[in-house]
Design a protein around this ligand. Structure first.
Ligand SMILES: NC(=O)c1ccc[n+]([C@@H]2O[C@H](COP(=O)([O-])OP(=O)(O)OC[C@H]3O[C@@H](n4cnc5c(N)ncnc54)[C@H](OP(=O)(O)O)[C@@H]3O)[C@@H](O)[C@H]2O)c1
Length: 240
């Protein structure tokens, strides 16, 4: 039976499409993000079984309070999808950009992951889903901090999966590695290939959640790129 799922970062792109997809599959859905107007529009579109909560994940203490509030409104939480992320902050200097990405993609992610894991242990069950990226598999000169932040997600969730396996509670940890997906994040990006719509990505993410996968490439053929990347010698990679 579909449960109660909260999506962190559901105002656009993959997160919004996933909110719609899970709602269509019968879940009670909680949607969060900074842009409240977008959340209201989503609520108008979906109606029943859709709860909203404004949240900035980089304000860590507030984010926990806000997560508790929406969980109370929904009367429980079975699945949390940590999707909020940025690739550049648009704040100008590299140092500022790097720190902003760390704040949202790492600090905000760790804050909600550790909190939810504790809650899931207390209630005896739960499913934590993180949205990483194919970019997590390599360093990249144009977006070093973004790729590294997603690499953090992979290792961090692997650790939590091991922790879950030693826990008495029934906790699943799923890591999603999307390739290119059309969204606000990729709006002006050039040289993309195998680009998926956010809707198709959301369908495959929902399937991976329901199959309780440890890890899923989205779309599926990106598994091939993941395999190829590992074959490139570091000396060659450094010069690319
Ligand atoms: N698009 C791709 O090709 C691609 C590929 C691999 C991985 N991903 C990952 O997929 C996830 C979704 O990205 P997307 O492509 O769908 O981009 P997007 O359309 O820009 O969506 C990003 C979402 O994150 C939320 N968000 C950003 N900063 C936030 C903050 N400080 N607090 C709370 N929410 C915040 C945004 O909501 P607000 O702005 O309303 O706060 C929005 O809902 C990201 O983690 C991204 O790294 C994307």
């Amino acid at each position: 039976m579909p449960g109660k799922a909260i999506i962190i970062g559901a105002t656009s792109g993959i997160g919004r499409s996933l909110a719609v997809e899970l709602h269509n599959r019968g879940y009670i859905v909680g949607a969060t993000g900074r842009r409240n107007q977008r959340l209201k529009e989503l609520q108008d579109e979906l109606g029943d079984r859709l709860y909203i909560q404004t949240m900035d994940v980089s304000h860590t203490e507030n984010a926990i309070k806000q997560l508790k509030r929406i969980t109370d409104q929904m009367n429980g939480l079975d699945i949390i999808v940590l999707n909020a992320g940025i690739s550049r902050s648009g704040e100008g200097t590299t140092r500022k950009t790097d720190l902003k990405v760390v704040d949202i993609n790492i600090r905000g992610f760790a804050n909600l992951t550790s909190f939810c894991f504790e809650q899931f242990e207390k209630q005896g069950h739960g499913h934590l889903v993180g949205i990483s990226s194919i970019a997590s598999l390599f360093g990249w000169g144009r977006t070093p901090v973004y790729n590294a932040s997603k690499s953090f997600v992979n290792t961090y969730l692997q650790g939590y999966r091991q922790k879950a396996n030693h826990s008495d509670a029934n906790i699943t940890i799923t890591n999603i590695l999307p390739g290119f997906v059309r969204s606000e994040m990729t709006e002006n990006k050039k040289n993309m290939f195998w680009v998926s719509s956010a809707k198709k990505a959301a369908t495959q993410i929902a399937d991976a959640i329901e199959a309780k996968k440890d890890k899923a490439y989205v779309t599926k053929r990106w598994r091939l790129i993941a395999w190829l990347i590992k074959l490139i010698p570091e000396k060659i990679w450094n010069r690319m």
